[in-house]
Design a binder for this molecule. Sequence first.
Ligand SMILES: Cc1ncc(COP(=O)(O)O)c(C=O)c1O
Length: 925
Amino acid sequence: MSAGANLKAYNSLWQLRNDTWSSLEESAIQLARAEAQQRPVEKLVETVTELLDVLGPIERFWAFPGAQAYREAQRLFAADKYDRLAALVTKANRALVTESYLHGQGWDPGVGDDTYDNEARPAAQARTDRPYFEVLVVEDMTDEQERLLREELRRWRRPDDPFVYEIVVVPSFDDALMAARLNFRLQACVARRRFTHRSRHDLAPLARFVYSGGSADLMERSPDDRAQLLARSLARIRPELDLYLMTEIAVEDMASRLSHHYRRIFHVREGSLELHLSILDGVSARYRTPFFNALRSYSHRPTGVFHALPISHAKSILNSHWIRDMADFYGLDIFLAETSATSGGLDSLLEPTGPLREAQELAATTFGSQRTYFVTNGTSTANKIVVQALVQPGDIVLVDRNCHQSHHYGLMLAGAMVTYLDAYSLNEYSMYGAVPLREIKRQLLALRRAGKLDRVKMLLLTNCTFDGIVYDVGRVMEECLAIKPDLVFLWDEAWFAFARFHPVYRPRTAMRAARTLAERLPEHRALFDKFTEEVGPIDYADDEVLLERRLVPDPARARVRVYSTQSTHKTLTSLRQGSMIHVWDQDFSQKVEDTFHEAYMTHTSTSPNYQILASLDLGRRQAALEGFEPVLKQIENAMRLRDAVEHHPLLSRYMRCLTTADLIPAGYRPTGIEQPLLSGLPNMIKAWETDEFVLDPSRITIYIGATGIEGDTFKRSQLMDRYGVQINKTSRNTVLFMTTIGTTRSSVAYLIEVLVAIARDLEAKVAGMSPAERAAHERAVLQLTAPSAPLPDFSGFHLGFKDSSGQPTPEGDVRRAFYLAYNDSYCEYLTPDEVEQRVESGEQVVSTTYVTPYPPGYPVLVPGQVFSPQILSFMRSLDTPEVHGYRPDLGYRVYTDKALEIAATARLAPPPDPAGSAAAPPTAT
Ligand SMILES: Cc1ncc(COP(=O)(O)O)c(C=O)c1O
């Protein structure tokens, strides 16, 4: 087994490293025992050699156990001191497995000690609860210089330091980038002047696991340029790292040029104390949780509550004879922390000026936005706030028809003219994908042709979709801005808050793409001039030409106006409903701030839950300090689940993980890579840099058609009722499993066990079936594996709810269609057969309401939309348990002919006063 082969057997370097240390412990102990008992040791020596070979290239990038411990292990092994090797490796591995080294004094490998007695060292002054981290030092230095630096920094440690750290020294630029990609314990990097460009080691065996972008020839560059390039490259991989520069030349000059890249720039002669203090200070800044701290100290103050909050300090509970178990269950702290802005002492969510404001500012830094707002009623509310803040009645909004219901309701309330965009469909799995860029451009160009572009306000898309389809956010924005330079983008990232913390995902998040766009736009001038030369002024260019080409926005006109809403509670740490709105809008202060405030007031409770807000503050701290690690592990866990399903002989008979190629048609994947991550991280990077859509590998859709069990039944009766496994999305023949930062290796193992048990049961059941039962089972399988009725596209609004001005375009006034149905006499119920007869005879039948089969949870009909034969056949083929907006006893609620006549006539009347139009019945009656 060569080290290379061993490395390839894993998706995860982190897993490989842990597993190799564990195997090394086992083999080293066996080796020591064999030697003591004078048994042959050759085989064990071979195994230990191989394991050490695997660890060699990895440990150089970690402080613990790290290169020092590794070298010591090698020395002991070479000197045949197997018992001491076993002791060292055991100690290192135990600390690694239990993570005890993260909470103590730090790690001292005790090089040169005879007994290797780290645990016996005095720990008198040590606090054992201090978080531990590692600091990367980039300088080509000798072992002796490295030892001196390590000792010098250790000397500054004080018992009351909040944290403890160790350094990892790497000699070159390439090693520094590799360390940033691999070592998730790093919190800071100190660049010194003397570092080389290329690594002395072969980094190729690690390339499978990490992003390995090339770099320009560094040695040709000035020290300034080298320092800048290093800072930029590190920030691209890990923007959260605090960067420090130590220089021997004019520090003032350097500071003026490089201060935006480095947190502090020191002269080497200043010594290491300033550096040490700055490193601790940098981490403390991210560790701060101003609102959580304020809430915690408030909760410990004695209060007499004469406020409408009887639960505060658990008073109403502890005085009760009947609900004391509530305090037993929840614990006291949660009630001690119950408070409200109006009771004083704490900040107000509606007008934050103190710790809450600070907490939001810290979140903005962590999530890379210009501003961030906390929301306590989920992204459902965050979406309505953003839409109301930006959209006026009559504005045109382009939106994915399959977006979350909060957008449908938000747009309806705002009085938007809605243009629904069709996502590509995956009929085989009864799922929708995402909206192709071509479809978005086509709609924008149609609106341009109709002279309505000035009324187009916003494009609203879900990134990523429930099933994990991720947009090329930057490209979508660039091309849309070329057609409509002031278009506002709302990216619903309810499922994507974690993506910021992984270097491959990050460029496809709204905030990073907005920043990149804002930085690059000025550089687009030459590109734009060339584009204009080729197609002529874009406003006059032919639609077909523009559909075929990649469009370039005019840097002089384009504005970067981007919003993202994230359910922190879905993918990071927060109590339920904790959500954030992130803003990158060049026109926010000038055009939006006031309306945003009003919208925020409209939708936010005056009694927000402070526990949720404090949990958002803590979730932000976690993301800022350790976002990278759990996201890496989440993806690895997902890959482990995929591997298990694919390679298990029984599971693979009944289940199959859908791949990128299954969920994203080839036309949207110019790289042609079918399984990006499974075929190695470099392939994932290539696909994520290039393809129109990519699949978030942390979401695993398992195709279960061959079980003969329908998705929803599989979820309820198998996963939930029998095994307590919770999932939240199914389709006719698929179930979706998500890994999150809360997923552990054990939970993945449990899920695999459950899936195997289900498959085994099924196998036994099928084997014992009578011929009739078997035929029924085969019919069920056939039904689930045969193509279903095609998923319907948006059919269109009835004329009465369309825009009366200009040339006809598809947008419709959902608000009018919604409120017209408040008048019962305009509505009637029709059975599906009656609707079908009318549609067949050429009549227009129009829904008064949203009709949403659940799952999948997307409206097949919206108010004002006409029924189509495709919709009817799709609805007939559905066997989902819930269809919201449809009453099985009565049928569909539709508009009467009279109502449609009125709607059509009113549409032609002059537009009513926007402010009062919402609920007003049509005037033509
Ligand atoms: C795409 C999308 N947006 C918004 C939401 C609503 O988020 P929340 O549950 O935080 O209100 C959901 C919920 O599932 C969603 O899937």
